[in-house]
Design a binder for this molecule. Structure first.
Ligand code: CDP
Length: 226
């Protein structure tokens, strides 16, 4: 059987790492729903739709139809990359400027409606691993496998710090930790589709797990359902 796998959880706990590896093992498509919220945020930052840290919702509503988000496979790396109106923004959407504004953008109802519709379309044929905050609760409530991932905040901050430093982005641990805890708070307390564990989700705390161990955990559960 071909199934849908939903991986939700806190900021920067390695959802995308395990989601990509599971998709590769099963020959499934991997979709990073967070990248879509990040791309909308980048559009807002570039088009003067953020004023003094506040999103201009009316302005964004008028322009939302100009925003086209796609994933295209890079033939060299074989990985999906995020495109905003035909421009490759895969790296730029990971920058701290975007990370600092993405959760306020992701609370906006019409943004969520547009992206959820796109996500459902991408998953119509199943055979997909999607990670995010509301995938098991809202986007694919019928998913055969739902994982809720978490890890200690310090562990998550260290991983994100290492990742950004390796890419040459200049950040401090304090900034990262603040961004993660702020996002977790906004994501978990928002009115529409807050981050929460679906009743039928299986918890994976990977604070003390290696990549191989977390992959084995999810793959075993997936294979039981194929
Ligand atoms: O990679 P990381 O865990 O840091 O974040 P991400 O998955 O790229 O998501 C960035 C932000 O997008 C989150 O903090 C949420 O505010 C928002 N998001 C969401 O609201 N719903 C989703 N399904 C995915 C992301």
């Amino acid at each position: 059987m071909t199934i849908t796998i939903a991986i939700d959880g806190h900021s920067s706990c390695g959802k995308s790492t395990v989601a990509k590896e599971v998709a590769k093992e099963l020959g499934y498509i991997y979709i990073d729903s967070g990248a879509m919220y990040r791309a909308v945020t980048l559009y807002c930052l570039r088009n003067d739709l953020v004023k003094e840290g506040v999103v201009d919702e009316d302005g964004l509503l008028r322009q939302i139809h100009n925003i086209r988000i796609e994933f295209r496979k890079n033939p060299e790396t074989n990985k999906n990359e995020t495109y905003l109106n035909d421009e490759n923004v895969e790296d730029e959407i990971r920058n701290p400027e975007v990370a600092n504004m993405v959760s306020p953008v992701a609370v906006i109802g019409f943004v969520r409606e547009a992206l959820v519709e796109l996500q459902r379309e991408m998953g119509r044929m199943k055979g997909i691993v999607m990670d995010g905050r509301d995938i098991g609760t809202v986007v694919f409530p019928e998913a055969e496998l739902k994982i809720f991932m978490t890890a200690a905040p310090e562990v998550r901050a260290q991983r994100r710090y290492d990742e950004l430093i390796a890419k040459g982005v200049s950040v401090t641990m304090e900034e990262i930790l603040k961004n993660l805890t702020d996002r977790d708070r906004i994501d978990s307390t928002r009115a529409i589709s807050p981050l929460r564990q679906a009743d039928d989700a299986i918890v994976l705390d990977n604070s003390r797990l290696t990549r191989e161990q977390q992959l084995a955990f999810v793959l075993r559960l997936a294979r039981e359902r194929l």
